[in-house]
Design a protein around this ligand. Structure first.
Ligand SMILES: Cc1ncc(COP(=O)(O)O)c(C=O)c1O
Length: 402
């Protein structure tokens, strides 16, 4: 039986992630991969997690091993709420938090309850492939707004918005990653965040603010990276967080923080997807937050990721001098502009023969031709030794093109 003819319309819009495909290279012996966006598994908080579980009595074990409620484990919701208020300056009035199965699920559910076939969703260009795939699977039409070194171009955003409103196609929302953007590694200035808040309020444009990397900054403090949503609840902004980069992705936990009505609807949608997120992970994440272990871990990881990033930037300057790269102030990624005429795809085909993998910009762009001029490198999961080896291989391959 050929199933192609009976797949649903939404299934036909689904796009396999090039990064997931690349993971097969990353898993191969001897391959140096800057492709995935995985945290540094050598530095997961192994002992902290073991100690937390060893401290549980059977009553707590039973909660962890049982089904939970769809919105999440109430003590974890309370712990997230306190962290959002104290650290991110979010105001909980009229808002609701729902725990999700990774940040990815929050993004999917928000688009699920807002997007009908053909609705426009605005995205930064380039943007996170996993989010764009969610929007596409809900049959959205994506419209890209160019990203600059201090965040999205707000003049273009506003003119695009006005044009679409005139055409009776007001976008359902704008998706943004203000801190250490994936893939570009840039951070939105606070001036732009404030203006974006005003735009959101004026046009009643929903903003989906995705912030999985916000705690992993390399300089300054949490206030320097305060969310757009921290400017108030008068604009319809929904904030999305994740435990994947600040604990580990294996528990598959994230959360959304937004208007009660919107999150309430997303919670109904979640009931039919997975009923509840992992209770075991949630009980653990709750102790991880409340014990303060997270803050020690973040201090350690900021230094580790900064060292890797600084070294990769240094290696790019040394071995890839004809390329321009972003120098992120946090997170996992930097973005490379290739010299004119070199295709990212052609370069990949060369370097993979020498066991070095990365992702080209193509899957992150609404315009694939533009995407092929860029590369995304993740430094988070590689050792310093492999960063130097891998960048040298890519640099040598670039020389072969000229
Ligand atoms: C920008 C962004 N948002 C969301 C996610 C989803 O992460 P998770 O589902 O593991 O929380 C990722 C993962 O790489 C990401 O880079």
């Amino acid at each position: 039986m050929d199933y192609e003819s009976i797949f649903s319309v939404s299934a036909s819009k689904m796009k396999a992630s090039k990064i997931r495909e690349l993971m097969k290279y990353a898993a191969m012996d001897g391959v140096i991969s800057f492709g995935g966006g995985s945290p540094d598994s050598a530095n997961f908080p192994f002992d902290d997690i073991r100690n937390i579980i060893n401290g549980w009595d059977n009553k707590k074990m039973a909660v962890a091993m049982q089904y939970g409620t769809t919105d999440g484990y109430p003590p974890l919701i309370e712990a997230i709420k306190n962290r959002m208020i104290n650290l991110k300056k979010l105001n909980p009035e009229g808002q609701k938090i729902m725990v999700t199965t990774g940040g990815q699920q929050g993004i999917y559910l928000i688009s699920k309850v807002l997007v009908s076939a053909g609705d426009v969703v605005l995205v930064e260009e380039p943007s996170f492939i996993g989010a764009m795939a969610s929007f596409l699977s809900n049959q959205a039409e994506l419209v890209g707004v160019p990203l600059e070194s201090d965040g999205v171009n707000l003049d273009v955003l506003e003119s695009t918005l006005n044009r679409l409103i005139k055409e009776n196609r007001k976008p359902k929302f704008f998706y943004t990653i203000p801190n250490f953007q994936n893939p570009a590694g840039v951070t939105m200035s606070q001036a732009k965040r404030r203006r974006l808040y005003e735009i959101s309020k004026k046009y009643e444009l929903v903003i989906l603010e995705d912030d999985p990397y916000g705690d992993l900054y390399f300089s300054g403090n949490a206030d320097d990276y305060r969310p757009i949503k921290s400017y108030g609840n008068e604009a319809p902004i929904v904030y999305s967080g994740s435990f994947s980069k600040v604990l580990c992705p294996g528990f598959r936990l994230g959360w959304v923080f937004g208007d009660e009505q919107l999150i309430g609807k997303a919670s109904i949608a979640k009931q039919s997807v997975d009923a509840c997120s992992s209770a075991f992970g949630q009980v653990l994440a709750c102790d991880y937050l409340n014990s303060g272990v997270i803050d020690n871990y973040l201090t350690k990881m900021r230094a580790i990721y900064k060292e890797k990033k600084d070294f990769m930037v240094e290696c790019i300057a040394k071995y890839m001098p004809t390329c321009k790269a972003t120098n992120p102030n946090g997170g996992f990624f930097l973005y490379v502009d290739l010299p004119n005429g070199i295709s990212g795809d052609a370069l990949f085909k060369k370097t993979i023969k020498n066991n070095v993998a990365f992702v080209t910009g193509e899957p992150f762009h609404v315009d694939p031709v533009e995407g092929d001029k860029h590369l995304r490198f993740s430094y988070s999961g590689s050792s310093l030794e492999n960063i130097e080896k891998g960048i040298k291989v890519i640099g040598d391959a670039i020389k072969d093109f000229s």
